[in-house]
Design a protein around this ligand. Sequence first.
Ligand code: SAM
Length: 279
Amino acid sequence: MSQIDDLPPLRAVIETHGIAAKKSLGQNFLLDLNLTAKIARMAGDLKGSDILEIGPGPGGLTRGLLAEGARRVLAIEKDARCIAALEEIADAYPGRLEVVNGDALEIDVAGRLQAPIRIAANLPYNIGTELLVRWLSPPDWPPFWESLTLMFQREVAQRIVAQPGDKAYGRLALLVHWRCDARIVMDLPPEAFSPPPKVSSAVVHLTALPAPRYPADAAMLNRVVATAFNQRRKMLRSALKPLGPDVEDHLRAVGIPPTARAEEIGLEQFCALTRSLTP
Ligand code: SAM
């Protein structure tokens, strides 16, 4: 196996800095630097981009991103035990890695990176979906990022890329598909991590579209989709009753059979219904 850099192997880093994995922080580390370099390459044009990395841990993916040529990496890590290990990486790549010790749910990254910005992360599973939904829901589009390359539990990855009729199809797929292209680019078995999690994982690559696929008010679309999938087995004429007494007329007006169920309806129809329902 070729070396990606001259820094010590990750097992040695973890031992030196006493970074025994903590379950409470969702710590399942990637220790194979050839694998992290491969994930880094999936993030796209690294040489011409700044990268935001959430949860670098002992720095496996961070080293992959830097070795593959990322212009700059801003890495936000909650666990103070990892900071000294990450500073050693920063020393090996002068001026290219900024490490912030803090909670990714609270730190404002605005102004800390220069466009084009890509986000890459082996996310802590407990906050992964929340961060994704935030990145997908800014008031204006396009967002501050060009692409997201993120590790998820495989079941969540399937919800992100699902199509109408798929078991995993729902709010998340619609939110993603409205303003992004998304695909699963790698599957990883539990043994790829230390310690191995109970479930399989997958890397999802999302690119932001310049504009939404179909016009709709973001807040209203979110409300319509949430209401429809809240009772996904019910016919839409009943499931959507909370949106108003004349919802059945709106369904008919945009060509959706009132007896259809949410899981059969595609994005284009949800956007048409949203426009019809928007005052
Ligand atoms: N990127 C490393 C790797 O691939 O080996 C570590 C991945 S581990 C699944 C998730 C990392 O996110 C851990 O290092 C954990 O401490 C960190 N983390 C957990 N919650 C966080 C939060 N709210 N903000 C920032 N980092 C967090």
